[in-house]
Write a protein that binds this ligand. Structure first.
Ligand SMILES: Cc1cc2nc3c(=O)[nH]c(=O)nc-3n(C[C@H](O)[C@H](O)[C@H](O)COP(=O)(O)OP(=O)(O)OC[C@H]3O[C@@H](n4cnc5c(N)ncnc54)[C@H](O)[C@@H]3O)c2cc1C
Length: 547
């Protein structure tokens, strides 16, 4: 008898794309028509990928293989053949090739929401970043030599980004790795790259380094494309060891030593740090998207469990407190999903923009900070609480739910912690005057709300939030308040957006969810059980699966 994964994962027959009504509403609102591939991916993820990801996490960790049998260094990471297969399969859905060939970055981001496994999707995020960097900032020679490898049908290349050094990940300006010119290439040296995910699997990476003699701090950073093998076919850098991690097991995270490694400059010497940060924005949005994708999976599973499991003679889902739990989790997921997909859509729209950046670019970046922070923390709460709804079983290694939580924790840490998102937001608000653009954007969203009372309430709320944000920003202690600004603007934006989507698409259930979200964040004393009941009814789509 074959092992039946659906006995331990109740959502194994859903389609994470077509069955997800709220996500479909957001795409409709943003006028993005997803390709059929996304529907196939949505089914593949629930039926095969989640099982494979759990198996890798528990029983099949990547292993560093330093030497080959003839005593030559190989610095490769060995993963199981089925792990190789799942990466190939995921790439076959166009997760990397669609953006490169058709500039359809949204296809990548929505795929990320569906895949969302922090380990497997990290491999694809890093690959997207590398291909994106090459396409936009590689010179003709480098682009022509390498870009096609990332989109080939046969063994497509994988990428990586080596930014963080042992002395500081948040402070990129503290990078000690040095680059010196060598003909058309550069030689890069430094043994401090301390968190290098996908090393040993990646065929090429994006590396930050300081050109010898460049000024100290972030302005002196340049960005390089570094193949895993040099032009003589030898390993271009060494992998010291792999990290032992709490989650994201499917992606190996190594420590990398560069030693006169061959690299190619991306962009020019003046704009290196901007390019590094732009490439980071791709992964920050991926991170937001994946965080909320994990939360959706955890909630879906908890919802189905609550319908089947009984306590005190009735299904968990019939207990008022559980109903309230489910609705409040749904509100967090929908709000984070909406702002993350909006952020993805805005960033996709500035694909052709290069430094010096336009207002639209700065606006898109602003949304990425808000989305990453909101989504990662709501994912932390939703995945954690989903465990609790499964009771003691939620704490067991033998069911997938605990892995969702372990994988969600990293999302607020990597690609810049919460504090760093807050500081980056502060910088863009103060230097680029983006607050005005955000206010205008929200005013347009408010126009979508056709119910006068709700619009007036939301109008007041937005006015109040912006006045509080302006006070924080004008304070001498603005750095101390940076996270208040981030939380306030993110929850305000998500709240208005949810209503706008609900009204524009005529989704009354989502309107109730938007109301619950508003109460939770802006009017915490208020809770009307009837609205919760209505909202819960809206969630029934999670009980059904498409054929
Ligand atoms: C599983 C995993 C995989 C990773 N993969 C990669 C990868 O592939 N490539 C890569 O380049 N990096 C990678 N990272 C590194 C990650 O991006 C960094 O860990 C992260 O950016 C934080 O840097 P740090 O660990 O050096 O912490 P630090 O920078 O030392 O920060 C420590 C704490 O201090 C806070 N802090 C720092 N500066 C300030 C400030 N000015 N104000 C307020 N608070 C501050 C931070 O918020 C944090 O809470 C990975 C990390 C993990 C956990």
């Amino acid at each position: 008898m074959r092992f039946d994964f659906s006995r331990i994962f109740l959502s194994s027959n859903v389609n994470f794309y077509s069955d997800d009504g709220p996500m479909q509403r957001v795409l409709e609102f943003l006028k993005y028509r997803g390709r059929d591939e996304l529907s196939s991916l949505g089914k593949y993820v629930s039926s095969e990928m989640v099982e494979e990801a759990m198996f890798i996490d528990h029983y099949s960790k990547p292993v560093l293989q330093t030497w080959d049998v003839l005593d030559e260094r190989m610095d490769g990471v060995w993963i199981s053949p089925s792990h190789v297969h799942v990466i190939d399969r995921l790439q076959s859905f166009g997760v990397i090739s669609r953006p490169i060939l058709e500039k359809d970055l949204m296809h990548h981001f929505i795929s990320g929401y569906l895949i969302s496994d922090s380990g497997l999707f990290c491999t694809l995020t890093l690959t997207m970043q590398t291909a994106y960097a090459l396409q936009k900032y590689g010179n003709d020679h480098v682009r022509n030599t390498y870009l096609n490898r990332f989109i080939s049908h046969e063994n497509p290349w994988l990428g990586a980004t080596y930014y963080t050094e042992i002395q500081g990940g948040s402070d990129l300006g503290a990078n000690r790795t040095v680059a010196v010119p060598d003909g058309d290439a550069w030689r890069i040296t430094g043994s401090d790259k301390y968190f290098a995910s996908n090393s040993g699997l990646a065929d090429a990476s994006v590396v930050t380094a300081r050109i010898q003699g460049a000024p100290q701090g972030a302005k002196g950073i340049s960005t390089f494309f570094v193949p895993a093998l040099d032009s003589n076919g030898n390993p271009n850098y060494r992998i010291r060891r792999l990290k032992d991690k709490l989650g994201t097991i499917a992606v190996p995270t190594g420590e990398v030593e560069l030693d006169h490694s061959e690299g190619y400059l991306l962009g020019d010497l003046q704009t290196g740090i901007y390019i590094a940060m732009e490439i980071l924005t791709v992964s920050r949005i991926d991170d937001a998207i994946a965080a909320v994708g994990i939360a959706r999976k955890a909630l879906w599973e908890a919802y189905r469990y609550a319908q089947k499991r009984e306590a005190f003679g009735k299904a968990l889902s019939n207990h008022p407190l559980v109903q309230r739990d489910l609705v409040e989790m749904e509100a967090e997921v929908e709000a984070s999903m909406a702002i993350s997909i909006l952020s993805a859509s805005l960033f996709s729209g500035v694909w052709d923009v290069r430094p010096p950046y336009s207002r639209e670019y700065h606006f898109a970046r602003t949304l990425s900070h808000m989305a990453k922070n909101l989504a990662s923390w709501s994912s932390d709460y939703v995945t954690r609480y989903a465990m609790e709804l499964l009771g003691g079983k939620g704490f067991l290694h033998e069911f997938p739910i605990e892995k969702f939580h372990r994988d969600s924790i990293v999302t607020s840490i990597w690609e810049g912690t919460s504090n760093i998102q807050a500081l980056d937001l502060l910088e863009v608000l103060l230097k680029k005057d983006v607050l005005k653009d955000l206010r205008e954007y929200l005013s347009k969203l408010l126009e979508e709300i056709s119910d006068k009372d709700i619009r007036s309430t939301m109008d007041d709320m937005v006015r109040d939030s912006f006045s509080r944000a302006a006070n924080y920003l004008s304070s001498e202690q603005r750095e101390f308040y940076a996270k208040d600004v981030l939380d306030l603007l993110a929850t305000t934006t998500a709240s208005v957006l949810l209503y706008a989507v609900a009204f524009k698409t005529g989704d009354t259930g989502m309107r109730m969810i938007a109301t619950v979200y508003r109460w939770k964040h802006f009017d915490p004393e208020r809770k009307e059980p009837e609205i919760y009941k209505f909202a819960l009814k809206h969630m029934e789509w999670m009980a059904h699966s498409s054929p």
